[in-house]
Ligand binder design. Sequence first.
Ligand code: FAD
Length: 392
Amino acid sequence: MTIAEYDAIVLGAGAAGLMCAAVAGQRGKRVLLLDHADRVGKKILISGGGRCNFTNVNTAPDRFISANPHFAKSALARYTPTDFVALVERYGIAYHEKALGQLFCDGSAKQIVAMLLEEAAKAGVDVRTGQPVSDVTHADGKFTIRFGDQYFTAASLVIATGGPSIPQMGATGFAYDLARQFGLKVVEPRPALVPLTLGGGDVLFRELSGIAAPVEARAGKAAFREAALFTHKGLSGPAILQISSYWRHGEPVTIDLLPDAQQGWLIDAKRTRPRSSVRAALGAALPDRLAETLAERLALPGELGALTDTKLRDAEARLSRWIFRPNGTEGFAKAEVTVGGISTANLSSQTMMAKSVPGLYAVGEAVDVTGWLGGYNFQWAWASGHAAGQAL
Ligand SMILES: Cc1cc2nc3c(=O)[nH]c(=O)nc-3n(C[C@H](O)[C@H](O)[C@H](O)COP(=O)(O)OP(=O)(O)OC[C@H]3O[C@@H](n4cnc5c(N)ncnc54)[C@H](O)[C@@H]3O)c2cc1C
């Protein structure tokens, strides 16, 4: 049996693996980059509706969720959105800023994958795809792995196989199995940036499928002010996707349905338009069917002028803290990312190397660091890949 030897083997040719392999290769390392999928960077290709929201100019550590909120700081500080934008500009890829600091390609996400592949090629990285990875072992300071029917060995092994979100794209929990094999802990993985499902008393809201409104959504201490969208299964839209990363089963999600309304607005409406109704007052600020459903739930029929100020104040309070009790999420099949993953307690925040297994690294979504919606997850993939690529 022949075993080809490299300095480093990177498992997973997604965002973090491509970056890591290219950076290590540019430092003169002999790098093998392996992926079981038939092509590299599949999630990059479908990201941002095909235009890849490749970073966010507002990147800051507090926009990432992890059991250790300090872990991501070092890597994020050493490879910033400006660094990635400089790379994008060197390749002449046109881009634009959308809302909230999100940077997208003008053209196609394919340009980002082509750029990363060219970086890897220039660095002499050996990229191979389309075979299963198996039989990972570690002995005498070397990792040996099987790829299809070939064996490869290296002193360094990088786990860059991502999280289990969107299994139909080739995503697996392989990173966690491998981490456990080497004695690393895994923080319970949960689907994140995912629509929430409604049942029970909230099921009526599913009839509003397709209706969106700007809201402020809260779960625990987290709050996001963006659009929410009612779906035939429950709730989606950016505000809900963001809050889903913080939401835990059994907890309520509180929604301010009129975040821009002044305190006392219903009482003001009563004074200025006493013959009007709660339904009409809501209809002036919200989509019609939503206004109708909310008015039904508030059960305050008749003219505003006939309702007491106390009742109107209570209605206002309810509208600003409408409580939904999601009965679940749409799961990994619909989740943009995974919260949880390989515990940061086991890794160096400088190099991403496992403290207890010299030569073993983990980067990207496989690690227990998850960004907000809006380009943050790619920025973590680039930054963590870069940190490991410099250390290999
Ligand atoms: C629909 C969608 C849209 C998204 N849009 C955005 C966006 O616009 N902006 C943003 O910042 N983030 C976005 N994300 C999240 C982003 O894609 C991920 O956070 C990011 O790709 C993680 O990078 P990674 O390299 O860690 O993992 P991945 O990019 O998932 O790469 C992992 C690689 O490992 C390979 N692999 C998996 N299992 C094995 C195995 N057993 N053996 C060998 N190889 C394996 C996979 O084939 C894959 O190529 C989106 C995600 C989805 C699903």
